[in-house]
Design a protein around this ligand. Structure first.
Ligand code: SAM
Length: 220
């Protein structure tokens, strides 16, 4: 278990200022980033890196997303405190902790078994209670659907139909879609049962979304 010192809080305040300067404006998102100790997700030797606006390796060929990316995706979700959210790609658990600052109802699924196990140990250590699952999230989590919000934290080749079907009316899906090199951030809103709108934002670079509706069916 790590400690959150005054110097870490100072580094987070500086990070939040940077995110504000880069255009993040949702105060609930900025407050969540300021609250979650990102260095808890890093080895002690890499504390300085934790508060840089950069992605960082978390093992298993995966990364903890860049703070700007986490803030940008969370802002696009227009998250409310009553929302039931599904996150695809638990990874380190950082994005999940940011979501938990805004709503207590977070479902998160990870494909890679060692990362899944590490994340559940982390949540237990810090007394956090998201609903955690191991499996292929490219097909969503139909057993607990529908969701008000779905966030995908890996790059998809196309928008998985299963995810669209698991949204409530008025629900929002935020997902990066593109090829292996670059993906465009999309916000899909389920306006009515069979009516969806699509908004496109800037390009990002994510690790690939694996699984049946992702890039492959290789099990993690
Ligand atoms: N949200 C994570 C965080 O805060 O650390 C970012 C994780 S990383 C950018 C993307 C994660 O998606 C990886 O941990 C990867 O194993 C996972 N992933 C890839 N394909 C998946 C799938 N089909 N279902 C669930 N997780 C998947």
């Amino acid at each position: 278990m790590q400690t959150d010192l005054y110097k870490h809080k100072g580094m987070r305040r500086a990070l939040v200022k940077l995110l504000r300067d880069k255009g993040i404006f949702d105060e609930r998102v900025l407050a969540a980033i300021e609250t979650v100790p990102r260095h808890f997700f890093f080895e002690k030797a890499f504390v300085e890196q934790a508060y840089q606006d950069k992605a960082f390796p978390i093992g298993e060929g995966q990364t903890i997303s860049q703070p700007y990316t986490v803030a940008f995706q969370t802002e696009l979700l227009k998250l409310k405190s009553t929302d039931k959210v599904l996150e695809i790609g638990t990874g380190s658990g950082y994005q999940c902790c940011v979501l938990l600052q805004i709503t207590p109802s977070v479902y998160t699924i990870e494909y890679n078994r060692p990362l899944y196990e590490k994340a559940i140990r982390f949540f237990k250590t810090y007394g956090l209670k998201p609903h955690t699952f191991h499996g292929d999230g490219s097909e969503g989590l139909p057993s607990h659907a529908p969701y008000d919000k779905i966030i995908v934290t890996a790059g998809a080749p196309t928008v998985p139909k299963s995810l669209m079907k698991q949204l409530n009316i008025g629900g929002i899906l935020v997902i990066p879609v593109g090829d292996e090199k670059t993906q465009r951030m999309l916000r899909i809103t389920r306006v009515q049962e069979n009516e969806f709108t699509k908004e496109e934002f800037t390009n990002f670079k994510f690790v690939p979304l694996l699984g049946r509706e992702g890039w492959s069916s290789d099990k993690g």
